[in-house]
Design a protein around this ligand. Sequence first.
Ligand SMILES: [Zn+2]
Length: 241
Amino acid sequence: MRTFDEFESETCFLCGSAEDLCGEHKVKRSLIKAHALGDKTEFHSSMNARPLLAQSPKSKVFHFKSRICRTCNSSRTQPADLAFDEFHQRLHRFWSDVKTSALNEAPAHQVVEEVGGVPLDVFRYFAKLLCGLLADVGGPRPILIADFAMGLSDENHIKLKISDLRKRRVNLPLPVANSGGLRCWVDGDELLVRTFEGSLSAGFIDYDYWVRLKAHASRELATGFPAFTERCRRGGLYDSS
Ligand SMILES: [Zn+2]
């Protein structure tokens, strides 16, 4: 069974359809609205020396360059979009309130458990983002990740690390939103691509998400997509913003 499919630029980055394409948010408008102060919203990318300043939540800096079809955008991914929205707001509210409680010094995963853990649909949301980041840099379509993002399978390969940016030594004030682009990690004697990783922050919460490829998938990438693999080997880091 194949892990990757060729990605054509004028097709949906989830299902591969060429029909009825539309834009997709890299950072949800609801998140920006929830955390924005005033009209000008800041969007930081870890690869940009200077942050990109968006004039409004509709700005193109909050969108993927690649497109998605309307079916994927609506019925297939809306439950995951809503689940992430709901989860993020709940966690942000809860975490804001624990400042004075015993949970203040608790590790992030314990705080996340207190709000009921991470629903599967939230992982689906990050699976979609990862497909978009890969498409934006001309990478292949990861079939299993895309199927999971579309709700066609319950097989989750996405790992997620949630952290509180207030506990890191970061410059304040925090940006409204930060999407770090795609990072890929290469290892072993054969220099195989082993991990694709993305990050998203909104307010003081940072979401680091990644997929670790199995050995056969790394080999399939190396033989089926040699040019892309070579780019990963040379740079390891891509910015899609
Ligand atoms: Zn689609």
